[in-house]
Write a protein that binds this ligand. Structure first.
Ligand SMILES: C[S@@+](CC[C@H](N)C(=O)[O-])C[C@H]1O[C@@H](n2cnc3c(N)ncnc32)[C@H](O)[C@@H]1O
Length: 202
């Protein structure tokens, strides 16, 4: 292990959220971001149909599936993901999902689209932020196609050039828009979450 990656590893295992995730048997520390948002806005409801985009290793799907037994989750990721109760996993890129799956007439409408998708980070802002916005555009197209009227949409973004324009575009489709920095989101990262609630007629 290089010195840089061994420093990262030391920080990671000492991280309180990592320790708590291990103790409570969650697949990722990301679960605490979703849990904080869900505890405030009650996004994950009984009998809902949920689309989890960028789902691996599965923390968010695991949280939704543990919260309610009567729930239907479709999860997608480019990487593999181990199975979970009530979760139907498809290994695909978000870029191919709309064409290959969403266009199927039997797909049915979704109550919550949640996306934790992130590009591989280079650390160079002028590359990472546009890469994130490109993915966000793909995700948003999926959300606007898949969601029920009054459905909700949660997405990870990076703060930076172009993000405000993206938020202003999305605002047109929803009644309410919130920007959230959960406690488990590292304070020095540009990561934020947008929660758009109550899709209006699009
Ligand atoms: C931060 S992780 C998600 C963690 C997850 N929410 C959890 O709780 O376990 C981001 C995921 O996005 C996926 N991803 C990145 N680009 C993608 C793309 N173009 N299509 C689908 N998934 C993608 C990555 O493979 C990665 O698993």
């Amino acid at each position: 292990m290089s010195k840089k990656s061994s420093n990262w590893y030391k920080k990671h295992i000492n991280d309180e959220f990592v320790k708590q995730a291990n103790k409570e048997n969650w697949r990722s520390r990301a679960v605490f971001k979703l849990r904080e948002i869900d505890e405030k806005y009650n996004l994950i409801k009984k009998n809902s149909r949920i689309l989890d985009l960028g789902s691996a290793p599965g923390g968010w799907s695991q949280y939704a599936s543990r919260k309610h037994k009567n729930i239907e989750i479709m999860a997608i990721d480019v990487l593999e993901m181990e199975s979970l109760p009530n979760v139907n996993f498809v290994q695909t890129k978000i870029e191919d999902f709309q064409e290959n799956y969403l266009k199927n007439k039997n797909f049915g409408k979704i109550d919550l689209v949640m996306s934790d998708i992130a590009p591989n980070i280079s650390g160079i802002e002028s590359a990472d932020i546009p890469a994130m916005l490109n993915l966000a555009e793909e995700v948003t197209n999926v959300a606007l196609t898949a969601l029920n009227l009054r459905g909700n949409f949660l997405i990870k973004l990076f703060q930076g050039k172009g993000t405000d324009e993206y938020l202003n575009d999305v605002k047109k489709y929803f009644e309410v828009l919130k920007i959230i920095k959960p406690k488990a989101s590292r304070p020095n990262s540009k990561e934020i979450y947008m929660l758009a609630m109550n899709l209006m007629n699009n």
